[in-house]
Write a protein that binds this ligand. Structure first.
Ligand SMILES: Cc1cc2nc3c(=O)[nH]c(=O)nc-3n(C[C@H](O)[C@H](O)[C@H](O)COP(=O)(O)OP(=O)(O)OC[C@H]3O[C@@H](n4cnc5c(N)ncnc54)[C@H](O)[C@@H]3O)c2cc1C
Length: 397
């Protein structure tokens, strides 16, 4: 009789694991047990419907910058199944890919359904059984299987990890990552839709900082810089109920350079009004808002009328403008979970549980998560591939 593997969770990692396991060991009987009526739901809505399925990693020199949690383990596992391997895997399996200028990788079809279709086709071809509306929350339900892979994804509450904790697995309390922040500043909200290409954002209470495009929304701040900061500071922000001071650098220049540029304006544009002459090339609406924020009524003066204190205040607002965040913004972004089954609970080479033999983990259920850019799916492909190889190896013994 053939050996049987149960894959718990029909998402990205679950399908990747099941298909690879069948390729490595065609005689293995593989069943995916999915809680909801629909498989691959997150893949289908990922990347704004286009599925940013991986990244070339060509702009990544330090994995900890893109994986705040799990970078050490992934560094090791990428030697077994790298982003390049993932790229080649998809192309080999009938999903042509394309690389954007920002190094993000998407299906050439620019449609997440192409990825869903690829997995569905392969699962059918390899006779992977898929049981939907099948929730698993106890190992007892899995007594008929020789191997079990847990690929249940991120979990917004620790409750969903209870059954895994009950059999000894250490769990890092789950909290959200990759979200926007609300800021209660009406004047800022008026700038909704404005994008600052080269901003920097910091949580001054920590050493955390992120650079990149910043988007002003009708509730506060968003865009790649904020999402990245929310990932780096996911736990600290949760600990403070998402109420922390947030510092914004509106220009990609040092304090000294900004101060020098303002002083030059005092000489060059002495007779012009501050509000009509914007020496740093900021968008006019933003410049007016920041000048007003720094100087109030005095922002209507001429450059020559500004004193040393005014220039210092303006410099400070441009490079280190501080707001108080009021919470996480309404859920609109990509969203992943920081936390999950602790990496201490698994073998770093096989991803087998250290507590329950023949039980393996892959995907976001583990305490691994990345910033936006295809990094989260890559973590799912790599861990799923490694878990599949480990099961295939163990089955041969
Ligand atoms: C809106 C959105 C857009 C995203 N876009 C991108 C992107 O473009 N690029 C990127 O890299 N990442 C993206 N992500 C993140 C990415 O989707 C996840 O990191 C990835 O899906 C994780 O894969 P997974 O298989 O571990 O979990 P999932 O894909 O979440 O799959 C887990 C599956 O397990 C099932 N399950 C859970 N518990 C049980 C149980 N007890 N029994 C049975 N089944 C269970 C769930 O229903 C689910 O189907 C996005 C996330 C969101 C929310």
């Amino acid at each position: 009789m053939s050996l049987r593997t149960a894959v718990i969770g029909g998402g990205a990692a679950g399908f990747f694991l099941a298909v690879n396991l069948k390729e490595m060991m065609p005689t293995m009987d593989v069943t995916i047990l999915e809680r909801s009526p629909r498989v691959l739901a997150k893949v289908a809505m990922s990347g704004g419907g286009r599925c940013n399925c991986t990244n070339t990693f060509r702009q990544v020199s330090d994995l900890s910058a893109v994986y705040p949690r799990g970078h050490r383990l992934l560094k090791r596992l990428f030697k077994v199944f790298s982003p390049t391997d993932a790229y080649a895997w998809f192309e080999r399996h009938g999903l042509p890919l394309t690389i954007q200028d920002d190094e993000c990788v998407f299906p050439q079809a620019q449609d997440a359904q192409a990825v869903v279709g690829c997995f569905r086709t392969l699962a059918r071809r390899y006779d992977v059984h898929v049981l939907t509306s099948h929730k698993v929350d106890s190992l007892r339900q899995l007594a008929d299987y020789d191997f079990v892979a847990v690929t249940t994804g991120g979990s917004p509450t620790g409750q969903r990890l209870r059954w895994l904790a009950d059999c000894g697995h250490e769990v890092e309390p789950p909290v959200p990552s990759l979200f926007s922040l609300t800021v209660g500043d009406e004047a800022l909200h008026q700038l909704m839709g404005l994008v600052v290409a080269d901003a920097s954002v910091r949580l001054p209470a920590t050493k955390l900082r992120a650079d990149g495009p910043l988007l002003i929304t009708h509730w506060g701040l968003s865009g790649p810089a904020i999402l990245r900061l929310s990932s780096y500071g996911a736990r600290q922000l949760a600990d403070h109920d998402y109420r922390m001071p947030l510092s914004v650098g509106w220009v990609a220049l040092s304090e000294t350079d900004v101060h020098d540029a303002l002083q030059m304006a005092v000489v060059r544009d002495a007779q012009r009004q501050l509000s009509t002459c914007n020496p740093l090339g900021l968008q006019q609406r933003l410049w007016n808002y920041l000048a007003d924020r720094a100087l109030g009524e005095r922002s209507h003066l001429r450059w020559s009328e500004l004193g040393k204190k005014d220039l210092n205040r303006l410099t400070n607002i441009l490079t280190n403008d501080t707001y108080q965040t009021h919470g996480r913004a309404p859920f609109k972004d990509e969203f992943v979970t920081c936390g999950g089954v602790s990496l201490r609970a698994v073998s770093a080479t096989t991803l087998e549980s250290r507590h329950v033999p023949r039980l393996y983990f892959a995907g976001e259920v583990l305490d691994i998560d990345g910033i936006t850019g295809g990094f989260n799916f890559q973590a799912a492909w790599t861990t799923a591939y490694v878990a599949a190889s480990s099961i295939a190896e163990a089955a041969k013994r």
